[in-house]
Design a protein around this ligand. Structure first.
Ligand code: ZN
Length: 138
């Protein structure tokens, strides 16, 4: 069995942002040479997510609005976590959007359903963040 590991780094210029990382993940799969197996992608931060959904701008706005309703960023004082930090909302948003995705690798390709794309979801950005890609198989 082969095993591959890589960290992808992102410069996130905003507090909240969704980035389609499917091309970078595809590059990892090619580099790994693995044709059959499983691919894991996870955020390496507790205020960011990796999730699969549609690459449609309206939907991304809907996600942002929905998450702001569930866990509004402000006022910061509404959260017990925000004594020392101001990112309680980001921890909550990340929990809802998930930490990682697993995708089947078939014939050297990501075995997606229609319209599936992999996204990095940032909820406390304005600094460098990373994502782990791990692929196992043969
Ligand atoms: Zn925190």
């Amino acid at each position: 069995m082969k095993s591959y590991r890589k960290e992808l780094w992102f410069d996130i210029p905003k507090r909240r942002m969704f980035i389609n990382i499917t091309p970078e993940v595809n590059d990892c799969l090619k580099e790994s040479g693995i044709k059959e197996g499983l691919l894991l992608v996870n955020a390496m931060h507790i205020t960011a997510s990796v999730f699969i959904n549609d690459d449609e701008r309206g939907l991304h706005q809907d996600f942002d609005k929905w998450l702001e309703k569930l866990a509004p960023e402000k006022p910061y004082s509404q959260y017990a976590h925000n004594g020392y930090e101001d990112n309680a909302d980001a921890h909550l948003k990340r929990t809802i959007m998930g930490r990682e995705v697993v995708v089947a690798v078939t014939n050297g390709k990501l075995d997606f359903g229609p319209w599936e794309q992999i996204f990095y979801g940032e909820f406390d950005g304005m600094r460098r963040k990373r994502v782990l890609v791990k692929i196992i198989g043969e």
